[in-house]
Design a protein around this ligand. Structure first.
Ligand SMILES: NC(=O)c1ccc[n+]([C@@H]2O[C@H](COP(=O)([O-])OP(=O)(O)OC[C@H]3O[C@@H](n4cnc5c(N)ncnc54)[C@H](O)[C@@H]3O)[C@@H](O)[C@H]2O)c1
Length: 268
């Protein structure tokens, strides 16, 4: 039986670990060829371990075990030259880009009036501007194809104010506006754009935030979440299941939507 994404190509940012990696492997299992893009080094913010080049390289090998192929690129979503290089090589080698999962992101705490300008900019530049930076290089390819799906990884922080996370919430509210605007601009070309909004997810981000706060990952998740279902967090594979659906033709008329995976949190 043909796999769901046979012949398709998915470009995934923040692919080295966490949700990006889970999504890459899930799409590869369904036949998609993967372009994994990750900073793969440590930077000043957020202060916990980001992906490594070992993780990024091992993703390439793991995708092969799923019966597909991957290209991986170490690069920052704030670096236009690195994005252009990855996009050009992806198109040269794989011929097209059908799915963009804008997922690279960081999170760290700080009261808004105590944040430095550098800290504010790091958050907004990676989580929001970085998604636009990658999107603007891939959209022309999708327009030429007259097809494509963009899925932006936002958060439940797109719907609320959050204590000590004003910069994170601002970036994720902004990502929603970007997504809906892309949906409007790109519908005529058969391109869809949706945002997803997970509650806390069991990833290195959550572990890193816990270490910064001197708490356990469970304490961190419970403090910021408040899920209705009795779970502290959801798993990266839960996010991957949602992305597989949204990227597929089963969701062919889903665009401009905010797809919530919140274990009921926003119901309260
Ligand atoms: N973990 C959660 O609880 C949670 C909940 C809701 C939404 N999110 C969002 O989901 C996305 C993925 O989060 P995660 O939990 O997998 O985080 P993570 O820290 O486990 O993984 C993030 C990946 O993004 C990469 N990355 C970070 N900055 C980058 C940059 N400038 N350029 C390229 N790559 C970069 C990292 O190297 C890492 O591999 C983020 O946008 C995050 O805001 C996370």
């Amino acid at each position: 039986m043909a796999r769901e994404f046979e012949g398709k190509v998915a470009f995934i940012t923040g692919a080295a670990h966490g949700q990006g990696r889970a999504v890459a492997l899930a799409l590869a299992s369904e036949g998609a060829r993967i372009v994994g893009f990750d900073i793969a080094r440590q930077i000043a913010y957020p202060g916990y371990a980001l992906g490594s080049s070992d993780e990024l390289n091992s993703l390439q090998r793991e995708v092969q075990t799923k019966g597909s192929q991957a290209l991986v690129f170490a690069g920052d979503v704030r670096d236009d030259a690195a994005i252009i290089k990855a996009v050009n090589e992806a198109v040269n080698q794989f011929g097209r880009i059908d799915i963009l999962f804008n997922n690279a992101g960081i999170c760290f705490y700080g009261k808004s009036h105590e944040l430095s300008e550098e800290a504010w900019d790091a958050m907004l530049d990676i989580n929001l501007k970085g998604s636009w930076m990658v999107g603007r290089r891939i959209i022309p390819i999708m327009i030429q194809q007259k097809s494509g799906v963009i899925i932006n990884n936002a958060s439940i922080a797109s719907f609320r104010g959050m204590n000590r996370l004003s910069h994170y919430a601002a970036s994720k509210w902004g990502l929603t506006g970007l997504t809906k605007s892309w949906a409007i601009e790109l519908a005529e070309y058969g391109i869809r754009a949706v945002s997803i909004h997970p509650t806390g997810v069991n990833t290195p981000m959550n572990d890193g935030l816990a270490a910064l706060e001197g708490k356990t990952p469970r304490e961190i998740a419970e403090a910021s979440a408040g899920n209705l279902l009795p779970v502290p967090w959801i798993e990266p594979e839960d996010v991957a299941n949602a992305v597989v659906f949204l990227a597929s033709d089963k969701a062919r008329f889903v665009t401009g939507s905010q797809f919530v995976l919140d274990a009921g949190l926003l119901t309260r």
